[in-house]
Each structure stands twice: as C-alpha cells, then as structure tokens.
Design a protein around this ligand. Structure first.
Ligand code: DHE
Length: 496
C-alpha cells in the first residue's frame, strides 16, 4: 500500500498550526520539566519519545494543548500553571526540531533495555484460564494504551494489562499460539504468555518502529525500524538481541524499513524498504545467517500483501498508478496493476470466486474496493463504498467481506460485501456518529468483533450470518483485535 499521502496529510495539517520559535529557554525548559519522563535526548523514558519522527502523527496545536492541560488517564501533568503560552509554544517548536546530534540506538542500548519480567520456572506449559487457547482474542485498546485478552466463545475478559505507549500494527504469535508479541511505535517489543496471562520480557529494539514478524518455527522475532533504519533480530524466547542488520540498498543508500512479514511456506522473512527500490528475503531455514537476498523493485514499497501461496507480493506503486506484483521465486517484478486513487494493498484480503482467487483492496483516497484477479493481475470489479476505507476482513466460512469507511463524513458506516456477487449486500451503522472500523472473526467464523474507534467506543460482537449484535463491550478506542487461531493458521480473510 502507498501510505505516504495519509502520512503527508497528517504532517501537512500539522504545519498549519502556528508556533512561536524555540529559544535557548525552550531547551532549558525541556530539561527542567520534561526530561525526567521523556528522556535526556527526547528518546523517551516513562513517557513517549518526543523526536520529530515520533511526533509526525500529532499536530503542534495538539501538543500545545497536551502540555498546557495534561493528558487524561495518563501521567502527563498539566503545565499551564507553570508555563505561559509563549513558553509552551517555544517548547512545542523545540520538540518538532531534529535533535542537534542524530539520535542513535545501538546494540549496547538494545541489550541494556532488555528486561525479563517473570521467572520462567514459574510458568506452566498448559493454559491456566479454562478458555479455548486457539479462540482467544488479543484486543489493543489504543485510547488508554492497554491490551485485553478475551475468551472468544463467551466474549468475556480474561485479562487486561497496560501496554507500552502507542502499540501499532498487528501483534504476532508463536506458532503454537502461546506467546503474543507486540511492537510500540517507540520501538518497545514485548512478549506475553497467553497460557499464564503474564508478560514475559521486553526490549527496546529501536527508536521508531514499523512492525515485527515472528518466524514460523517460533525461534526469531524480526523488527523493522524507521529510526535507526535497520532490522533487529531478537531471540523469541526472551527478546535478547541476536543481530542488527543495517537497511542499506546495494549501492549503500540508507533506508527506513517499511514492513516485515514472515512467509511460512518459504521459511523466510520478507522485508519492504522505504527509501531504496528493493525487497529483501531473509531465510530462517536450518542454521540461518540472515543475509538478505535482494530483489530489485520497480518502485519504493510501503506495506504489502502476499498471494495465498506466498509466491507473489502485491504492493502499491505510485509509478504504476496502482500496484506492483513481485515474484519472490523469480526474484523480480512481474506486473503492474493500474488502479484508481490510493489503494491500500497491505490491508487487502483474498478469497475464491468461481474457483479463482481474487484479491480485494480498500482505497484510502477513494470510496471504492478494487477487486483483482490473481491469475491475470487484472482489475475485475470496482465496488463503490460511502467513502475511503482502511481495513478489510473476512473468513473462509463467511459469505461476506467487511470493510470500513474510515475517512470522511460516513465513517460510522461499515459495508458487508457479498463475496460472490462482488457488491455491497448490507451497510451497518453500529454506533451512529462514531467511526466503525477494524473487524476480526472468531476461529469458526460464526461471529465477528468490530471496533468503534472513539474514547466512548466499544467492541461489538456480531453474528456473522444474521448480522445482529450479540454483545457490546464498552472500550476506549479499541484499534485492532486478533484471533489466535486465525493468526497462527494464516487464515484466509485475515491479516498476516
Ligand atoms: Fe497502521 C497495521 C503502516 C497509520 C492502525 N499499519 C499497519 C501495518 C503497517 C502500517 C505497515 C502492518 C503491520 C503489521 O501488522 O505487522 N499505519 C501505517 C502507516 O504507514 C500509517 C498510514 C501512518 C503511520 O504513521 O504509521 C498508519 N495505522 C495507522 C493509523 O493511524 C491507525 C489507524 C491507528 C494507529 O493505531 O496508529 C493504524 N495499522 C493499524 C492497525 C493495524 C495496522 C490496527 C493492524 C491491522 C491488522 O488487522 O493486522
């Protein structure tokens, strides 16, 4: 998917907010009031990192308000009584400026950050909660930086615990579904034991992280970073550092890492680079050396999806005004797919129509779902929606694919698409006026959980056949939720 315009939108809107220029006083104010929580070099501590890279999603006007009024339900205090408006505006300007010395995060920093949070001897090897371990849901409650574990049969909560600030992307699971791995935007990687409902270990793998992947043999965690631009390989048992792999193109150009995924049938990690036109494949079969196999792409890559056999990957291409298809076996791009708007191929899903695989992708700039034939790479259908969308989900046992209307005035709507007719069959508005978004099915596909992204939002359980609401669990911006069984089986219709 080509995500730049959305990111640019955030940055562009942030540039419109007026700020007073930072002065020498601003740096001193930072040291006096902020440094103890946000770190000496703004790298983060008890509070999040405050580097420009970390703040790209927060408008300066919002930062100003948080400094003045504090942030509810967090340790961020209000400084309005201590600092005047000009001092706050100068401080905000200071935070959005690059650090005088480019920040570094090296092997010694990663090693020093690693913490074991439980004595492994005390952990039991069987589930201690009485629920079906393969039908648990891991729910990220973004509004208050917590995670909930739900029993996917009874939709009851088994555990709730605080996460690092701003988890992002899908958590990933060990092959047996026992351990779940989280990444925060500030680079913290944590592993949680779903049998014992306890956090096991954490390590800060970078300063600004994209996402992580877990190898299909459960031995390795690979973390993709924007800052520093690298891949960090961790031992999946305790998150100790194994190796740092600099992200550089074959001509030495440094790059950020857009995304990393595991490709189970290939026993490899596949990595998209953001600033050089290369895809990397790193095998973890046998005794791996994690040397990247480089595939030259036709364009820069952001997030991407695999075809069902993991032979091809589909990524957005601005040059092709749509998507590029890369053949991992042949090691080269094989097709361009012309698509309108800004397709979000990383969120696409596949299913069969008349025995042929199709791939459907939402579009972050146009109200439509593009459906592509995976044999011919041709666009076969455009399904109109009420506005641009972000996520898509289905299940092999469901006749429907679900997609949101994430952007624009109709963001309360969610479309239910008939997978065979390739048309919207139903449009639901689960909480009028509030953003209905991300969906995930139970392991058997009989129910689905839908997020309403609002501080006064909810996780809504829906019967996948009748589309009737079964249960509503109030939550503060539940972002993604992930079913253990679907994830470890890399099930059709869910994210991988
Ligand atoms: Fe995400 C997944 C990139 C903004 C919520 N998002 C991903 C992944 C990538 C990505 C590469 C896949 C990671 C994985 O699952 O391993 N996201 C980006 C961006 O580049 C972008 C547009 C801008 C940015 O600053 O990063 C972006 N993402 C957002 C949001 O604003 C969202 C809506 C709220 C948030 O939490 O920040 C958001 N992204 C999500 C979620 C997933 C995700 C919930 C997991 C989807 C899944 O079902 O697996």
């Amino acid at each position: 998917m080509r995500l730049i315009p959305f990111a640019l939108l955030l940055v562009a809107s942030s540039l419109q907010a007026a700020t007073a220029p930072a002065t020498a006083d601003s740096a001193a104010l930072y040291q006096q009031h902020c440094q103890s929580c946000h770190g000496l070099e703004r790298l983060g501590g008890a509070g999040p990192a405050l580097l420009p890279e970390s703040l790209s999603r927060l408008k300066p006007a919002e930062a100003h308000q948080v400094i003045r009024d504090g942030r509810p339900a967090s340790q961020m205090a209000a400084y309005g009584a201590l600092l005047d408006e000009t001092q706050i505006a100068g401080l905000v300007d200071y935070l959005y400026q690059p650090a005088a010395q480019p920040p570094t995060w090296q092997a010694a920093d990663i090693r020093a950050s690693q913490r074991l949070l439980v004595d492994p001897q005390t952990l039991k090897d069987t589930p201690q909660h009485g629920a079906d371990p393969l039908n648990l849901f891991v729910v990220v409650e973004a509004g208050n930086h917590h995670v909930r574990i739900l029993d996917g049969d009874r939709f009851e909560e088994l555990a709730r615990f605080p996460s690092h600030f701003a988890l992002h992307g899908g958590p990933k699971f060990s092959p047996d579904g026992r351990f779940v791995y989280f990444a925060s935007r500030d680079g913290w990687v944590s592993v949680y034991d779903l049998h014992n409902l306890t956090m096991v270990a954490e390590t800060r793998a970078g300063l600004n992280t994209r996402n992580l992947a877990v190898s299909n043999d459960g031995r390795w965690v690979l973390v993709g970073n924007y800052l520093p631009g690298n891949l960090v390989l961790l031992d999946a048992r305790d998150l100790s550092l194994v190796k740092i792999i600099d992200a550089r193109g074959q001509d030495g150009t440094p790059s950020r890492v857009s995304a990393v995924y595991t490709a189970p049938p290939r026993d490899s990690f596949v990595v998209a680079l953001k600033d050089v036109q290369e895809v990397w494949e790193l095998s973890y079969a046998g005794e791996p050396d994690f040397q990247p196999r480089r595939i030259v792409a036709r364009d820069f890559l952001d997030d991407f999806s695999f075809t069902p056999d993991y032979r091809h990957l589909l990524a957005t291409s601005r040059k092709a005004h749509g998507g590029q298809v890369i053949d991992l076996d042949a090691g080269k791009p094989v097709a361009d797919i012309e698509l309108p708007g800004m397709p979000h191929l990383g969120s696409g899903i596949y299913w069969k129509v008349d025995g042929r695989w199709v791939f459907a992708t939402p579009n972050v700039s146009k109200g439509l779902i593009s459906v592509i034939d995976l044999q011919t790479w041709k666009l076969i259908k455009e399904i109109p929606t009420e506005g641009p969308g972000f996520f898509m989900r289905s299940h092999a046992n469901s006749p429907y694919a679900w997609t949101d209307v994430f952007f624009g005035p109709n963001q309360e709507a969610v479309h239910v698409i008939d997978k065979q007719k390739l048309e919207v069959a139903h449009t639901l508005r689960p909480m009028p006026g509030k953003n209905a978004a991300h969906v995930e099915f139970t392991r058997d596909g009989k129910h689905l959980l839908l997020s309403v992204w609002d501080s006064d939002g909810a996780l809504i359980v829906i019967d996948a056949q009748t589309l009737k609401e079964v249960k509503r669990i109030p939550m503060n911006k539940p972002s993604g939720k992930y079913n253990v069984g679907n994830k470890i089986e890399y099930a059709e219709g869910t994210s991988h």
